[in-house]
Design a protein around this ligand. Structure first.
Ligand SMILES: [Zn+2]
Length: 447
């Protein structure tokens, strides 16, 4: 009997020893191994893929969680986390590896909350957007005095100042009218951005992301767009001024979800700074141009915030467990926020999916579009909204919908082809092709 107990004790000890939670800094090879390890432990709900390479040729690996990895299921939203964009801000990288292991383990343990999340959401995790910078920073070690060593990529460029600047256009359009979403890339954008930035732009254009967070360090606060202040420079001086997006209240709520689920962010006093509720509008803190979160909002359907997670950009290994416990609930709750507002399909009369249909909400000057599968996701706070779907060649359809605090409301649109109005229609006697004659296409008159 005591022998059996001893065996159980040893088994327990062994289990403890091989338990996967390892709080250490992961260099590039270690990071790649960890991603594949999680994939091997949870092969049916994960996929590892690369979105491109860094300047020095390191892959930018993403770990995806979904009940159908590699497949977009209509009406299931896509979410992403990006870590370590600044190579010397390393906590996000480690937290995202912890998150990956946590999602895998808890799914296997049958944790209902995680099962529901994975089955209803497609989660993409990019632990390091700047693997080259990280290797430079890690050579210095933790608690290093070189505050900026390893921040930039191998070409010395700050990746969070490297995205095309679309703010200038939106501020003009907000004043004078013009598109309020999906602002186009400049023609020569590829020659103006770094390989890492280009990879991320391709990535966020090829998935219909709805929600995202970008993990940084050096402060403890949840920062929401815009990052670039409306009046960027006054007489040569950089000016900071609260510069809200049309979705300001929603962004504030998303930021607060994180800060209040976080162990101490919401307290506001951190690293010698004070942010009420632990959140801030980016531009009211300090204005920055060509950042990633503004780009997400202005060029895609994705709503991104920036999370500053630690005073020390490179915390010592012994601090990682406490940081994980402080962030775990917040990282999960933030992912769950993608399930709010309205979503649905945009279809034509024959039930064909309509991609790139525009969904506008009256009172919010920022439209979103349906994805390739005809599905759309519009994050909204609880309330009653007038929502219109439009697509070229179709009659717009408007509905009034009340959104509650829980699950998103399903609102499908069936758009009818618009009847050409410009030319008088002449009724043609039915020639036997009953109901099969398509309406004649109207050519615009050339005068
Ligand atoms: Zn940063």
């Amino acid at each position: 009997m005591s022998g059996l107990l001893l065996v159980s004790f040893h088994l327990l000890l062994l289990f403890k020893l091989v338990a996967p939670v390892t709080f250490r800094h992961h260099r590039y090879d270690d990071l790649v191994r960890t991603l594949y390890k999680v994939h091997n432990e949870c092969p049916y709900i994960t996929r590892v893929y690369s979105i491109g390479r860094s300047v020095k040729g390191r892959h930018l690996y993403v770990l995806e969680f979904s009940d159908y990895p590699g497949i977009h299921e209509p009406l299931e939203p896509e979410v992403k986390y990006v870590g370590n964009m600044h190579g010397n801000e390393v906590l996000g990288r480690e937290l995202l590896l912890q998150l990956a292991e946590f999602l895998c383990e808890e799914f296997r343990n049958g944790n209902q909350r995680i099962v529901r999340l994975v089955e209803g959401t497609r989660v993409h995790i990019l632990p390091s957007m700047n693997p080259d910078g990280y290797e430079v920073a890690v050579a210095q070690g933790a608690d290093s005095s070189g505050y900026l060593v390893g921040r930039n990529n191998a070409n010395g460029v700050d990746l969070n100042r490297n995205f095309p600047d679309l703010n200038t256009y939106i501020y003009y359009n907000e004043k004078h009218g013009g598109p309020n979403h999906h602002l186009p890339l400049p023609d020569n954008w590829k020659s103006q951005v770094e390989p890492e930035t280009q990879a991320v732009i391709h990535w966020i254009r090829s998935f219909n992301f709805v929600l995202s967070a970008n993990l940084h360090g050096g402060a403890v606060v949840a920062n929401y767009p815009y990052d670039k202040s409306l009046e960027h420079r006054v007489r040569g001086f950089r000016r900071t001024a609260n510069t809200p997006t049309p979705d300001d209240k929603l962004f504030q709520k998303l930021a607060k979800i994180y800060s209040y689920a976080h162990g101490w962010m919401h307290q506001g006093w951190n690293c010698g700074d004070y942010f009420p509720d632990g959140i801030t509008n980016g531009a009211s803190w300090y204005s920055l141009s060509k950042g990633m979160q503004d780009f997400n909002y202005l060029h895609t359907n994705c709503f991104e915030i920036t999370l500053e997670l630690s005073c020390n950009k490179f915390p010592r290994q012994e601090e990682l467990q406490r940081e994980w416990l402080g962030n775990r609930e917040a990282l999960i709750q933030f992912l769950e926020q993608v399930h709010q507002g309205i979503k649905g399909m945009v279809l034509d009369e024959n039930h064909n999916n309509l991609a790139e249909a525009v969904i506008s909400v009256s009172g919010i000057n920022h439209d979103i579009t349906s994805g390739d599968h005809g599905d759309y996701f519009r994050l909204l706070l609880p309330g009653t909204y007038t929502v219109t779907a439009t697509a070229p060649g179709f009659e717009p359809e408007t509905v009034t919908v009340t959104v509650g605090p829980g699950e998103p409301k399903l609102v499908n649109f069936h758009l009818k082809r618009s009847i050409p109005q410009a030319t008088p229609t002449r009724r043609v006697p039915n020639s036997g092709h009953e109901g099969r004659v398509l309406p004649k296409k109207v050519q615009p008159r050339v005068s």
